[in-house]
Design a protein around this ligand. Structure first.
Ligand SMILES: NC(=O)c1ccc[n+]([C@@H]2O[C@H](COP(=O)([O-])OP(=O)(O)OC[C@H]3O[C@@H](n4cnc5c(N)ncnc54)[C@H](O)[C@@H]3O)[C@@H](O)[C@H]2O)c1
Length: 246
C-alpha cells in the first residue's frame, strides 16, 4: 500500500467494527495515525482484522461532553488532527413511523446525526487554525431513497448529507473539505442469518449484481481523506454499484 497519508492523524468514530474498522485500517495502512472513538471497545473485531489502532477512546459520540474530552485526549497524544471520519451509527428498530417509539427516534437522531455535528464542532476550530482538514461523513443510500420502517435512520442520514453541504460551504475558504459517502448494503457476517431469497432480492436492486465490500469503502474514504481530493467539497460520494446514479 502507498504512504499517501504519511504523517497525518485521523479520528474514526465507530472504528472498532464493520465499515469504521475497514476505514481505520485503510487510513493506517496508508500512513496515518488513527484514533478510534467507540462506545464498545471490546477488542475481538479488531483482533480478527489484525489492525491495531494508534489510540482507542471509549466515548459515546452522541454526548457532547464526552466528545470534547475525547478530542482533548487525541490532541494530547497526536498533537494535530488532519482527518475526521464520522462513521458511528445505528439502524434503530424496524417499525412503521406511527408505531416508532419516541425515545428510539431521539436515540437514532442523536447517534446518526447529532454526533456528526458534535464531532465536527469540536474538531473544526483546530483544523481552521491549521488551514487544513478533511471531514468525511458516512451517510447511506437510505438518505436518498427513504427506506420504509427505518424512517428515523433515513431522516438522520438525509440530515447528514445536508449538514455536510452546509458545513462544507462554511469552510470553503479554510483549506478544509467536508464530504459524505453514501453506501448501499455491505456484505457482512449478518448475511449468514438471512435467507438466500432475501439476499438475492437485495442484490437485484444493484446493477453490479453484488453487495458492497467494506474494503471498497475504506479505499474510497482513504482517498477522500488525503491531499489529492482537493477540489471536491459538500459532495456525496456514491458507493452503490450503480443503484443510485443521482
Ligand atoms: N452496513 C451497511 O450495509 C451500511 C450501509 C450504509 C451505511 N452504513 C453506515 O455505515 C456506518 C457503519 O456501519 P456498520 O454497518 O459498520 O455498523 P456496525 O454496527 O458494524 O459498527 C458501528 C460501530 O459504531 C459504534 N457506535 C455506534 N454508536 C456509537 C456511539 N453512540 N458512540 C460511539 N460509537 C458508536 C459501534 O460500537 C460499532 O463499533 C454507519 O453510520 C451506518 O449507518 C452502513
Amino acid at each position: 500500500m502507498d504512504r499517501y497519508l504519511e504523517g497525518q492523524s485521523a479520528i474514526v468514530t465507530g472504528g472498532m467494527r464493520g465499515i469504521g474498522l475497514a476505514i481505520a485500517a485503510h487510513l493506517q495502512q496508508r500512513g496515518a495515525r488513527v484514533s478510534v472513538w467507540d462506545y464498545d471497545v471490546r477488542q475481538d473485531a479488531i483482533e480478527k482484522r489484525g489492525f491495531i489502532p494508534d489510540q482507542v477512546i471509549e466515548v459515546d459520540v452522541s454526548q457532547f461532553d464526552g466528545v470534547q474530552k475525547a478530542f482533548s485526549e487525541t490532541l494530547r497524544s497526536f498533537g494535530t488532527v488532519d482527518i475526521l471520519v464520522n462513521n458511528a451509527g445505528i439502524n434503530g428498530p424496524i417499525a412503521l413511523s406511527w408505531d416508532y417509539p419516541l425515545e428510539m427516534w431521539d436515540r437514532v437522531i442523536a447517534i446518526d446525526l447529532s454526533s456528526v455535528f458534535y464531532c465536527s464542532k469540536v474538531v473544526i476550530p483546530h483544523m481552521k487554525s491549521r488551514g487544513y482538514g478533511r471531514i468525511i461523513n458516512i451517510s447511506s443510500i437510505a438518505a436518498k431513497e427513504g427506506v420504509p420502517s427505518i424512517a428515523p435512520y433515513s431522516a438522520a442520514k438525509g440530515g447528514v448529507i445536508a449538514l455536510t453541504k452546509a458545513i462544507a460551504k462554511e469552510l470553503a475558504l479554510d483549506g478544509i473539505t467536508v464530504n459524505a459517502v453514501a453506501p448501499a448494503m455491505v456484505e457482512t457476517d449478518l448475511m449468514m442469518q438471512m435467507t438466500p431469497e432475501h439476499i438475492a432480492s437485495m442484490k437485484a436492486k444493484i446493477p453490479m449484481g453484488r453487495l458492497l465490500q467494506m474494503d471498497e469503502v475504506g479505499a474510497l474514504v482513504s482517498w477522500i481523506a488525503g491531499p489529492d481530493c482537493s477540489f471536491t467539497t459538500g459532495f456525496t460520494f456514491d458507493v452503490t454499484g450503480g443503484r443510485a446514479t443521482y
